[in-house]
Design a binder for this molecule. Structure first.
Ligand code: FCB
Length: 468
């Protein structure tokens, strides 16, 4: 492995990784934490692979030092993580839990001491169960509760944390949580999914307002997962199917967040279900100023018309099975889709800074007999997606940061522990982390970029190293 990887040159981009509370923390009953909808859902027979839950996960709540050392090993400049809502506010009306707040306070301080910028995600899918019992994201209680939770965290950590993500992937939380039912709370109702979509964006707007009320200088954004879609053929049915898939997965959220309106074809496609849920809601108020937009890029799909209408989310559209290179769970590996999606955002909002807040690949990684995990497919994935960033940047995308999913293998929602996404291999028996080949590659790339961006405190130049 080279010591420094200098190309493609993206020296002013910030490099890091992302994770989420329920996926890594474990200790689900510690310090008065109450269950979230993911504790409840994962306990339901058949809901997750092998019945896996986040009960222990990577044990990051007990051993944050392991994540911190892994980040230092990478030379990461940024770490995105989420705060567990039901640790901080375990019951209705509860005072914020001081012990749990202390955990996140220490995490933030230790990151800063290592020169790593913390980015906090406030909602990464773990709604407190007590709020689900009051209607969850289909009612107003979650929105009000989220505004309050956002204020509590901004007050506790806003002096040290500058950059905030309100909501992670509202598409998945709304449609997988309430229509396909593969995510918590596991419901199957299109009207509910639409209501949840609007309420999640409503929650985002309320959260952004609270963060800014508490910390005027905060930088606030939302994270959308956008998929790169292509019609299977030129025939009008396939083109219409691809347009509908794009409406549900991308445009609904882009238009609400960036334009404060519903896409023109939304009423025709969703019919009464949408009118019903949007009545009485001021949609234009859902658009709030953003300091950045976060893009989670995983998916490229070819879409064809499917008159059988078997897909609950896409109805008359269907995604074709992937024929080219793919991840262990059949997701296409398609770096041009990342360039295209970045350019799509840049075209909609040329001045808005973009962060790739997640991008990564699920593999069946293993430790070989010599003790190493040689995840060369992830090395290639990372290299090719970084090249895609460079392409989009050279064509005008205002990219500020790239966060790989994930720092370590973790609880992957319905896939449990079957899929591994980490740069670090998690030994689930002990919680120990071991760098994979991809971690070494990424560290060399980050070193190369930091070297190009000039002398910094503690950098190779200051130490007088000469690596020619
Ligand atoms: C995204 C989620 C993240 C992780 C990756 C693989 O949809 O935001 O938590 O599970 O997928």
């Amino acid at each position: 492995m080279e010591e420094f990887i200098a190309y493609p040159e993206l020296a002013d981009v910030k490099w890091g990784t992302a994770s989420a509370a329920y996926q890594i923390e474990g200790a689900v009953g510690a310090d008065s934490r109450s269950p979230s909808i993911w504790d409840t859902f994962a306990a339901r027979p058949g809901a997750t692979f092998r019945g896996d839950t986040g009960k222990r996960a990577c044990r990051a709540y007990r051993r944050p030092d392991r994540s911190l050392d892994a980040l230092s090993g990478l030379g990461a400049q940024v770490y995105r993580f989420s705060v567990s809502w039901s640790r901080i506010l375990p019951s209705p009306g509860a005072a914020p839990n001081r012990v749990a707040l202390g955990y996140y306070r220490r995490l933030v301080e230790q990151l800063l001491a290592r020169g790593i910028e913390p980015i906090i995600t406030l909602y990464h899918w773990d709604l407190p169960q007590w709020l689900q019992d009051r209607g969850g994201w289909t009612g107003a209680a979650a929105v009000e509760g989220f505004a309050h939770f956002s204020a509590v965290i901004a007050e506790a950590l806003g002096d040290a944390v500058k950059r905030w993500v309100t909501v992670n992937e509202p598409y998945c939380a709304a449609f997988h949580g309430h229509l396909s039912g593969v995510h918590a709370p596991g419901h199957r109702d299109e009207g509910e999914a639409l209501r949840a979509a609007l309420m999640l964006i409503n929650g985002h707007a309320a959260s952004a307002a609270e963060i800014r009320r508490v910390r005027r200088d905060a930088k606030v954004g939302i994270v959308l997962n956008l998929s790169d879609l292509e019609a299977a053929s030129d025939n009008p049915e396939d083109a219409r199917a691809a347009r509908h898939a794009d409406l549900v997965e991308n445009r609904l959220f882009l238009d609400l967040v960036l334009r404060g309106r519903l896409p023109d074809d939304a009423a025709g496609y969703f019919g009464d279900r949408l009118t019903f849920v949007s009545d009485g809601l001021d949609i234009s108020a859902l658009r709030v100023p953003l300091d950045f937009i976060g893009l989670n890029y995983y998916e490229h799909n070819v879409v064809e018309a499917a008159p059988d209408g078997l897909d609950p989310v896409l109805r008359g559209a269907r995604k074709l099975p992937v024929t080219g290179p793919s991840s262990a769970n059949g997701v296409a590996i398609y770096p041009p889709g990342l360039s295209r999606t970045l350019l799509r955002l840049a075209e909609m909002e040329p001045e808005l800074p973009i962060w790739v807040t997640e991008n990564g690949i699920g593999l069946a990684d293993y430790i070989g007999p010599d003790g190493d995990c040689r995840d060369y497919e992830r090395v290639n994935y990372l290299r090719d997606h970084i090249a895609a960033l460079a392409r989009a940047r050279s064509m005008g995308a205002r990219l500020e940061g790239y966060l790989h999913w994930s720092l370590m293998d973790s609880f992957e929602w319905a896939s449990g522990y079957q899929l591994r996404y980490g740069l670090f291999y998690t030994d689930y028996a002990t919680g120990e982390l071991k760098p994979k080949a991809s971690a070494a590659w990424y560290a060399a790339y980050i070193r190369g970029q930091r070297r190009l961006s000039g002398p910094r405190k503690g950098s190779w130049r200051e130490k007088g190293a000469d690596h020619g």
